[in-house]
Write a protein that binds this ligand. Sequence first.
Ligand SMILES: Cc1cc2nc3c(=O)[nH]c(=O)nc-3n(C[C@H](O)[C@H](O)[C@H](O)COP(=O)(O)OP(=O)(O)OC[C@H]3O[C@@H](n4cnc5c(N)ncnc54)[C@H](O)[C@@H]3O)c2cc1C
Length: 487
Amino acid sequence: MSPVVIVGAGPTGLMLACELRVAGVATVLLERLPEPTGQSRALALHARSAEVLDQRGLLDPFLAEGVVWPHGHYAGLRLDMARLDGRHRYTLHAPQSRVEALLEKAAVGLGAEIRRGHEVVGLSQHDDGVEVTVRANGDEYRLSGSYLVGCDGGHSAVRKLAGIGFPGTPSSLWGVLADVDAFDAPVAIREAIISERGWFSVIPLDEKLTRLMFIQDEPPRGDVENLTAEDLRAMVREMTGMDVAVGRPQWSSRFGDATRLAERYRQGRVFLAGDAAHIHFPLAAQGMNTGIQDAANLGWKLAATLHGWAPPGLLDTYHSERHPVGEFVCTNVRAQIVLTFPSDRMAPARDLLSRLLEFDDVHDYLSRRMSGTDVRYRVDGPQDDPLLGRRLPDAVLATADGETTVLATLRGGRGVLLDLSAGGGTDAVHGWSDRVDLVRADAVPDLPPEAFLLRPDGHLVWHGRAGDDGLAEALRNWFGVPAAANP
Ligand SMILES: Cc1cc2nc3c(=O)[nH]c(=O)nc-3n(C[C@H](O)[C@H](O)[C@H](O)COP(=O)(O)OP(=O)(O)OC[C@H]3O[C@@H](n4cnc5c(N)ncnc54)[C@H](O)[C@@H]3O)c2cc1C
């Protein structure tokens, strides 16, 4: 089998490498940087990302070194994530450099080949595969693959080489971040300060480092990538009026609110995922999370295609399912920008929103949206069904073999028929037993005592009585022709 070639060892590419290897697909990941930068733009994983990691057995090291917060925010207004359904009801403090290190370790452990210092500079595709031109060690070589996935960030070379448009709007708001080794702040500025000059926030990263973030509606002046302690001290003074000693910056960078969404997530055998497909302002920790969840959606579909059992059109559902998610994330982030800047004009709207958040329905709607737990894909069945197309909330399951969880049943990267009905009739899965596992467990409190058919990414495509005709149809729709019927 020709490998799937992934371009970019950021969180998206590394997660995809794990997904493909769990499903037994040969994977080569090309990364232009010779080694990781060790820098962290993103700092947080949301509940759905934690679930996606858990369903592959990858979450424990993240929990071991991360810090669990019971809250998140919408436009800076606090959300209570402990009210989510499922078992991962939190935001996990997880700096991007550690997310990448842990995912890389997992991907390599699962057998992915990662080539660092290898930059993709050309690509072509034909009916049976793709070919990329790779620059490495001052030379160029060609690599063939079955499919190519551009996880190569906002300036994606793959997207440009494939001729996929990236329409959207340029930046009108800018941020500067600096991670400093000391910040002698009075307690009063340990939280975000929003004023007519912009937004200033102080985020403790660990015992050694503190992140300073400045957001303004004019481009930052000077050499932002090389700020000194004195530069930062002046910026804090300008933004807050306070004179505070600032330590040495470990690194500093700028970012903006340019918002763009790829026209297509698929072009033949070439796919886009993560920042290569969508960029927006980094408000409320959406970018890395959306990329990780893109990877979870795409990985099993590529694997199903390469293993020969994918039903017709399965690969196209990557675009039809994830493009609307990317579009919503872009809109949702822009809504939060509008609600935040300029702060003096938006104060009444924020006040109103904070009152609306006292209503459970509003609070829960936004918490589910921000955590990624409410994503719903279109599947056959009643469109008002509250469960279909969504991920099944995680729960502890009692089986004849002992205790497990909904997410743990997905560890093999296969489909699962979870039968909570205490009944028979689940022989229906027989013809698909090479790609769908049957798990029988006792009924759980928040789910009907029925059978549930889960895709390998945990989304529910059917539920009902185990003997219903609809089950065989759903199995065919999502898992292809049963093995016995294969010629
Ligand atoms: C200040 C800030 C704070 C943020 N906070 C959060 C947060 O808390 N939570 C969150 O979810 N998101 C956050 N984000 C967004 C997050 O950092 C990005 O969404 C995330 O990095 C996207 O991951 P990715 O893997 O898609 O792309 P990237 O992380 O950009 O990785 C792309 C990789 O591709 C490589 N590459 C590029 N071109 C080539 C080529 N031609 N050949 C080979 N390799 C190539 C690059 O070297 C890079 O390693 C934040 C962003 C900023 C700026």
